[in-house]
Ligand binder design. Structure first.
Ligand code: NAD
Ligand code: UDP
Length: 313
């Protein structure tokens, strides 16, 4: 059997590194490109000795010429702290990154999957969020570089599909966590775990009643691969996430308990445009992909806490 040549943009990041590992296990030939803005060589160090793995330091805002059969487009900082650090660059990464990846897919006749986000729903007026919901995004707010960038990327995917027949797949990822997140990632689960393990203050933004639904990374990667392999003409978008919903206060208390931490909870100002609630409807993923999450919060947190403990040694 011929190995598929698969490009993963953003492959040295948190999700991308798990995806590369899974694709290599399935005996594919994997090219990982990354500019290492939030990604790290440490995330892919264990893959470097595999002759079917290639790492190219490349910025997706520049075109890329390789020959591939499939493309997973993940390049884009995902943590609010990192995507707001240089918002213009974030916009370029989303939009030019989508254009360059789509151009490559068109030339190579490759199937291409876009890692979109629940952020396309903004601060949602409907709960839980189905794929048909068009969202409530502030186009001029501090999160817009990411939210609108990802929305524009979805638009480009559909226009390449309609205009050039490119074989597209779009997933909308809801908050995902697990090993390979950076200590300074800035997203809530990594912040709370690192703070709890250091017995330092746990920073809740706002009053902690806002909700999120957390998906363990292995479940997400399974959904991504199933989506890539889904029937022709099923473009999505399809939500991938875990519908168990928690307040940030519940999350903080659970992490303090699981780590036996002496940390206190402190309250900080709520960031601008912070969504109040978020929970995916995953019926479409189940119907089309036979996918549903299998790892609950307790089990996923246990594995993630162990990972961060080792990072802090
Ligand atoms: P991450 O920040 O760990 O990974 C993003 C990767 O893209 C990093 O390795 C980074 O260095 C790379 N990158 C950034 N800009 C680049 C550029 N211009 N050129 C090349 N590489 C670049 O984040 P993640 O959580 O692994 O997210 C991966 C993808 O999934 C992102 O597209 C993100 O928007 C999407 N997503 C993730 C989540 C989540 O909860 N993890 C939720 C929704 C969507
Ligand atoms: N949050 C928090 N403390 C932190 C980091 C985040 O209370 O140290 C909150 C944040 O305000 C948001 C939720 O946790 O309401 C999830 O934030 P994250 O940055 O992980 O992802 P988002 O879903 O907002 O993109």
């Amino acid at each position: 059997m011929e190995r598929k040549r698969i490009l993963v943009t953003g492959g040295a990041g948190f999700v991308g590194s798990h995806l590369c590992e899974r694709l290599l296990k399935q005996e594919n030939d994997v090219i990982c490109i990354d500019n290492l803005f939030t990604g790290r060589k440490d995330n892919i160090r264990h893959l470097m000795k595999n002759p079917y793995f290639e790492f190219i330091r490349h910025d997706i805002t520049e075109p890329l010429y390789v020959e591939v059969d499939e493309i997973y487009n993940l390049a884009c900082p995902a943590s609010p702290v990192h995507y707001q650090y240089d918002p213009i660059k974030t916009g370029k990464t989303s939009v030019l990154g989508a254009l360059h990846s789509l151009g490559l897919a068109k030339r190579c006749h490759a199937r291409i999957l876009q890692a979109s986000t629940s952020e396309v729903y903004g601060d949602p007026e409907f709960h839980p969020q189905p794929e048909s919901y068009r969202g409530c995004v502030n186009p001029i707010g501090v999160r817009a570089c990411y939210d609108e960038g990802k929305r524009m990327a979805e638009t480009l995917f559909f226009d390449y599909h309609r205009q050039h027949g490119v074989d597209i797949k779009i997933i909308r990822i809801f908050n995902t966590y697990g090993p390979h997140m950076s200590l300074n990632d800035g997203r809530v689960i990594s912040n709370f775990i690192v703070q709890a393990l250091n017995n330092s203050d746990i920073t809740i933004y706002g009053n902690g009643t806002q909700t999120r639904s957390f998906c363990y990374v292995n479940d997400l990667v399974e959904g991504m691969i199933r989506m890539m392999e889904s029937r022709e003409n099923f473009t999505g978008p399809v939500n991938l996430g875990n519908p168990e919903e928690f307040t940030m206060l519940e999350l903080a208390e659970r992490i303090i308990k699981m780590t036996d931490s002496k940390s206190r909870i402190v309250y900080k100002p709520l960031p601008e445009d912070d969504p109040r609630q978020r929970r995916p409807m995953v019926d479409l993923a189940f119907k089309e992909l036979g996918w549903k999450p299998t790892v609950g919060l307790e089990e996923g947190l246990r594995k993630t806490i162990l990972y961060f403990k080792n990072q802090l040694i």
